[in-house]
Design a protein around this ligand. Structure first.
Ligand code: TRP
Length: 335
């Protein structure tokens, strides 16, 4: 397919309230692609129902996730912002790709293993084929680059394998995508347990800083962050907590480890944690006020959803009709 621009695609689930991990590791970096890239950012509501959702809540969070995309600096005039379930081609391509994905491959996905351990009473087929829907999201747009956090690496690898397998049988169908994993902020860990990723669904509220947390809450959570019995701000064995805080501070300020060590030399953890809280609250303040303005304007958000879905659908249909033809489906007769 002829493309005059590199295609970027990423998705965020509208489940749970987004954390600074999602912001620093993913959404903030979405704004960094130059003009010669066309970017699709999708609110993946179909992925969200692999675990039980309250319908009213899911709807509300879908609006909020879109508002947050825009508040974080994604201009709907320059990017295609849309809701996954509005473009039914995603689910349709997913089915076709299901038939080109192996049971064994899906069984090896670590996120599936984690999620099925957490949701032992609801290990549904959707949870299992979740990465195939993600591959469909990506491959529908002939995507070149997929900016994601480190935890999605395995899913990107699977999308590449599916694309290559499909292309092996039906040459020239899909662009084989590459993951784009940011260096800084790629993996923000829990403030309560620095060996675990910061997760928006963590039961311990003190473990996560959310993009929409009020200033005093942000400052308090950083103050309570788990460190170690030492006092020196530097990386080292047994200092995973401090290392994680250094990652956060570096992602927020752009400072290097050396600069951070110098800044806090002889000042102890208390000062360091207070400084991170302040900077984090400052960085998030404009995002929060823009978010508040946008969520109050549903009409506007709906107009963005419509425009985005129309743009996305146009390109999704082109890929899907090619795929349908290749696998041997008869083009439906339309009058
Ligand atoms: N699985 C991703 C996550 O949980 C979200 C996602 C769905 C996604 N489809 C995508 C990310 C396509 C990148 C591209 O973070």
């Amino acid at each position: 397919m002829f493309k005059d621009k590199k295609i970027v695609f990423s998705g965020v689930q509208p489940s749970g309230t987004l954390t600074i991990g999602n912001y620093l590791g993913a959404i903030r970096n979405f704004t960094a692609f130059p003009e010669d890239h066309h970017c699709y950012y999708c609110v993946v509501d179909e992925h969200a129902i692999t675990v039980r959702q309250d319908p009213a809540e899911l709807r509300r969070r879908t609006y909020e996730t879109l508002a947050l995309y825009i508040a974080c600096g994604l201009d709907p005039e320059k990017n295609t912002l849309f809701v996954q379930s509005h473009v039914t081609e995603h689910a349709e391509l997913c089915w076709i790709l299901d038939c080109y994905t192996m049971f064994g491959e899906l069984s090896r996905m670590t996120q599936f293993k984690d999620k099925s351990a957490k949701n032992a009473d609801n290990i549904n087929a959707g949870l299992f084929t979740y990465p195939v829907l993600m591959a469909a999201d990506i491959l529908l747009y002939q995507t070149d680059l997929v900016p994601v956090g480190n935890d999605q690496k395995q899913h990107i690898e699977l999308a590449r394998n599916i694309a290559e397998r499909f292309n092996g049988i039906y040459p020239g169908t899909f662009t084989v995508p590459e993951g784009f994993i940011p260096q800084s902020g790629a993996r923000i860990m829990s403030l309560a347990d620095p060996t675990k990723k910061m997760s928006k669904s963590d039961e311990n509220e003190n473990a996560v800083v959310r993009i929409l947390d009020p200033r005093d809450v942000i400052i308090r959570k950083f103050k309570r962050a788990v460190t170690d019995s030492g006092s020196e701000v530097r990386r080292g064995e047994g200092k995973e907590g401090v290392g994680n805080l250094m990652n956060v501070y570096s992602a927020l300020t752009g400072k290097t480890d050396e600069e951070i060590e110098k800044e806090f030399a002889g000042r102890g953890y208390g000062d360091f944690k207070a400084a991170i809280g302040e900077v984090c609250a400052d960085v998030l303040a404009p995002v929060q006020s823009e978010f508040t303005r946008l969520v109050a304007d549903k009409k506007y958000l709906e107009s963005v959803m419509k425009k985005g879905a129309d743009e996305a659908r146009y390109n999704a249909c082109r890929t899907l009709s090619k795929v349908r033809r290749k696998v041997g489906f008869i083009e439906p007769v339309r009058d």
